[in-house]
Structures are given as structure tokens and as C-alpha cells.
Design a protein around this ligand. Structure first.
Ligand code: HEM
Length: 454
């Protein structure tokens, strides 16, 4: 036990297990870790310590703390990735980089994920959505989470390496990914039969697949495909600063897959759930999207997306789904806390944090602060009509580690939701608010619904 931690209020719970039991049970309750955090914040204030899942942790919350931790000035903190996560993603992953190395890698990765870089995937994503919703008509009963998962995986597979949405390669890719993904937060036992072991083997297989593609691309020389992989390989001949080794490319492709898949899948599923539970909100969204549809055929064009009507505050592309998406991320807070490791001593909310400690930002409380979000448990996208104070909404993070995939996530969500609300009404098969006990919060029952054409 780090002795200096004595000065931090809080309880370390039982010997060995600490407060893990209440943490885990509240983590997977419908309200999430809100009550775990809230009880302790009431008792100890904005900073408290705990011992959960084998780690001494300091938890903190509030705008000031989030500004400090997420902005992380002068290398104050680094990302605190757990052991299996480090092994699965690999040493070159963006999540394991800090300072200048992190900045450089992000610059290379961010470009194809910018709004401009994403334009060329619009048709692929749109066609995929049209096709998926055609299939829903025949199926009638669907598991939203499964559908969203397939959809987002096909999108990212195509974006990264021009993978066709069906066929043998897609199946292989999907299989490897699922195994890797379920090993990500497993116990670190690398012996045959464990999830971790299977995950590491699947990682090798996925990398063989990527190697084959990289070799073929290099052989083709100038006729490089303009997907994500192509844009990274394309940097080979250019200045040193623009070069990525094959190992860097592979670790970071896997990083994008892992960071982008469950998050977007969960966001889509929660959005469908929240809309279904809030008919007035759904009516408003549907009305807006029906107006967009009247522009022309069912297949949207890029300029139509650009012109979707809504307050033209920032980039107009995602306006139509934007407030609904961020309200979903606020209300569901699918990543409930962001974890950092102190890279030096510093002070937060009046307490000394020592180098090496794990400091965790409780985002759920920030997203449910009644001072900022009136009636915080209500799903109300219009609360974002007026600008909110910085560091109050952190659904995509903030600062140098803010989500580089957020434009892609928003694009996928807006296209998915457009077709859904224009074509179908739906109702849940059962009333069940249980949540999966996984890192990313998702409905446990995968949210089965019955759909009917409008
Ligand atoms: C709705 C969907 C998504 C949500 C809610 C989300 C949320 C977040 C958040 C909160 C962070 C920062 C975490 C922290 O500061 O500790 C983050 C980082 C990250 N996200 Fe996303 N994300 C989403 C989709 C995506 C997609 C589609 C991709 C990739 C294509 C992606 C790739 C990443 C990566 C690589 C990082 C790490 C950035 C860094 O460390 O510099 N995310 N995301």
C-alpha cells in the first residue's frame, strides 16, 4: 500500500478484494457506477481512494479535474492501459505512446479519419445500411446490438483495407476480431484454453492477414488503394517523419478496430433504445429525416448529407444526428471512467498525487451533474441546442487523447439512424434494463426489437 495514499480519504475495503465486489455489482447495474461514485463522493468529497480489481486507485470528478487530467500538460499523466490491453494491442499502439511519439502517430492516423478523408466511404456505408435494413424487413425480429456490430465491423474493414462486406476474407477478419476483442479485458493468463491465449493467437492470425495485404500493396507500387492502409503505406517513400514500420501499422490498425468497434456498436444500440423509449424525441428526429429524404431518392448523396437541415453551428454534416448522438453518449456514458497514470507528482482538488498512481476520472458524475444538465436522467437531445461549458460533455474525451475516430462514429450513426427512422417503427421484445459487465456499457440482452414498416 503506497503510504502517501493515507492522506487521501476513502476506504480500501476488505483485505485482498478491496471494494471490488461492490464496484463490479454496481458497474453492471442499470445505473452503472454512478451510485458507487456518488455514495463515496457524498462521504469523502471529490477525491477518494479505493482498491478495486487488484489496484489502488484514486477517483476524482468535476470539470477542473477533467481539464487537468485530460489536457495533461507537460506530460503530467500517461494513459493507464491494463496489462492484457497492452499485450493485445502491442507496444506500438497509439494507446501506449506518449509525448512527441504520440503526437506524431496521431497526426498520421487522424488524416484519413478527418471529415474530408471520410467522404469517399460515404457510399459504401450508405449502401451497407440500405442492404441491412432491407434484410430487417424479412427478419422482423432483430437483435439491435448484433446488427450494429456487423454493420460497424464491415464499415471499418472496408475503410482500413477495402475488405468486401461479404465473403471468406470478411468471415476470417470477423472471426479473428471477435476472439481478440473478447480477450482484451481478460485475465492475464497466457496458457492454452484461456481467453487471453486465444486472443494472442488470433492476433497473430490477423497480423498474417494484414502482412499478406501489405505485401500485395507494395508489389502494386503506385496503384495503391486509397484506404487507410494505403494511406499509411503511401508514406514509405516520403520523409522520415512520415514513415511507419509494418509493426507500427499493424498494432495501430488493431488499435483502431478495438477502440472503434464496441464503442460505436454500443452507441447505436443505446440510441435505438432511447429513441424507442422517448416517442416525442423520435417523432422530432423522424420529421427532420423525412424532410431530408424528400430531397430525392432513398440513397443519400454526400451533398445531401452536407445540407441536412439543422442549426448550422459547426460542421453541418452530422447535424441531423449530432445532438441525438451526443445525448446518447452523455446519458449512457459507455466508457464510464477514463484512467490515467501520474507521470509525476501533482496536486488535484487539493490532494497530492504521487508519480505512478492510477488516477481515474469518473465521467458518469460529470455527465449527470444537475447543475449542467437539468433533469440529468432524462434523454433530451435538445439540451444541446445551447452551447454547454467546456469539459462538461466528455463522450469523446478531450485534449490530446480525444477520440480520433469520432467523425467516423458520427457518420456511421447518422446514416444508420436516417434509414432506420425513415423506414421503420419498432418496439422492444422485452423490458430488461440489465447491462453487460464489460468495459464498454451495452444492454445485456442485445436489445431485441420487432420492426414494422412505417
Ligand atoms: C461512438 C463511438 C466512440 C466513442 C464513444 C469513443 C470514445 C472515445 C473516448 C472517450 C476516448 C478517450 C479516452 C480517454 O481519454 O481515456 C477515445 C479515444 C480513442 N478512440 Fe474513440 N470512441 C468512439 C469511436 C471510435 C472509432 C470509430 C475509432 C476508430 C476508428 C476510435 C478510435 C479511438 C482511438 C485510437 C483512441 C485513442 C486516442 C489516443 O490515445 O490518442 N474511436 N474514444
Amino acid at each position: 500500500f503506497p503510504r502517501e495514499m493515507e492522506a487521501i480519504p476513502g476506504s480500501l475495503g476488505w483485505p485482498l478484494i478491496g471494494e471490488s465486489l461492490s464496484f463490479i455489482s454496481e458497474f453492471s447495474s442499470p445505473a452503472g457506477i454512478f451510485s458507487f461514485m456518488n455514495k463515496r463522493q457524498q462521504r469523502y468529497g471529490k477525491v477518494f481512494k479505493s482498491y478495486v480489481l487488484g489496484r489502488y486507485m484514486v477517483f476524482t470528478t468535476g470539470r477542473e479535474a477533467s481539464k487537468m487530467l485530460l489536457t495533461g500538460k507537460d506530460g503530467m499523466v500517461s494513459l493507464n492501459l491494463f496489462y492484457t490491453g497492452q499485450k493485445v494491442l502491442g507496444p506500438n499502439s497509439l494507446l501506449q505512446m506518449n509525448g512527441e511519439d504520440h503526437k506524431r502517430l496521431r497526426r498520421l492516423i487522424a488524416e484519413p479519419l478527418s471529415i474530408d478523408g471520410l467522404k469517399k466511404y460515404f457510399h459504401f456505408i450508405n449502401n451497407l445500411a440500405v442492404q441491412m435494413f432491407d434484410e430487417w424487413l424479412a427478419a422482423r425480429k432483430v437483435l439491435v446490438l448484433e446488427e450494429a456490430s456487423t454493420f460497424t465491423l464491415k464499415v471499418i474493414g472496408n475503410m482500413i483495407m477495402s475488405l468486401e462486406p461479404t465473403g471468406e476474407e470478411q468471415e476470417k477478419f470477423r472471426n479473428y476480431f471477435k476472439i481478440i476483442s473478447s480477450s482484451f479485458a481478460s485475465l492475464p493468463l497466457n496458457i492454452p484454453g484461456t481467453a487471453f491465449y486465444r486472443g494472442m493467437k488470433a492476433r497473430d492470425k490477423m497480423f498474417q492477414m494484414l502482412d499478406a495485404i501489405i505485401i500485395a500493396r507494395r508489389r502494386n507500387g503506385s496503384k495503391l488503394q486509397q484506404d487507410f492502409l494505403g494511406s499509411l503505406i503511401g508514406k514509405e517513400g516520403s520523409e522520415d517523419d512520415e514513415k511507419l514500420t509494418d509493426a507500427q501499422m499493424k498494432d495501430n490498425i488493431l488499435t483502431l478496430l478495438i477502440a472503434g468497434h464496441d464503442t460505436t456498436t454500443a452507441a447505436l444500440t443505446w440510441l435505438v433504445k432511447f429513441l424507442g423509449e422517448n416517442p416525442t424525441v423520435l417523432d422530432r428526429l423522424r420529421k427532420e429525416h423525412m424532410e431530408i429524404r424528400e430531397f430525392g431518392s432513398s440513397s443519400l448523396t454526400w451533398s445531401q448529407v452536407n445540407n441536412m437541415p439543422y442549426t448550422a453551428k459547426v460542421s453541418i454534416i452530422y447535424r441531423c444526428a449530432h445532438d441525438y448522438t451526443i445525448e446518447t453518449l452523455r446519458r449512457a456514458t459507455i466508457l464510464p471512467w477514463y484512467s490515467r497514470k501520474a507521470a509525476q507528482d501533482f496536486e488535484i482538488n487539493g490532494y497530492r498525487i504521487k508519480k505512478g498512481w492510477s488516477v481515474n476520472l469518473d465521467v458518469v458524475s460529470i455527465h449527470h451533474d444537475p447543475q449542467v444538465f437539468a433533469d440529468p436522467h432524462k434523454f433530451d437531445p435538445s439540451r444541446f441546442d445551447d452551447p454547454i461549458r467546456s469539459f462538461s460533455f466528455l463522450g469523446f474525451g478531450n485534449g490530446p487523447r480525444m477520440c480520433p475516430g469520432m467523425n467516423l462514429a458520427k457518420l456511421e450513426i447518422s446514416i444508420f439512424i436516417h434509414h432506420l427512422v425513415c423506414r421503420y417503427k419498432w418496439k422492444p421484445v422485452e423490458k430488461d434494463d440489465s447491462v453487460q459487465p464489460t468495459l464498454v456499457r451495452m444492454p445485456k440482452n442485445k436489445y431485441p426489437i420487432i420492426v414494422e414498416p412505417l
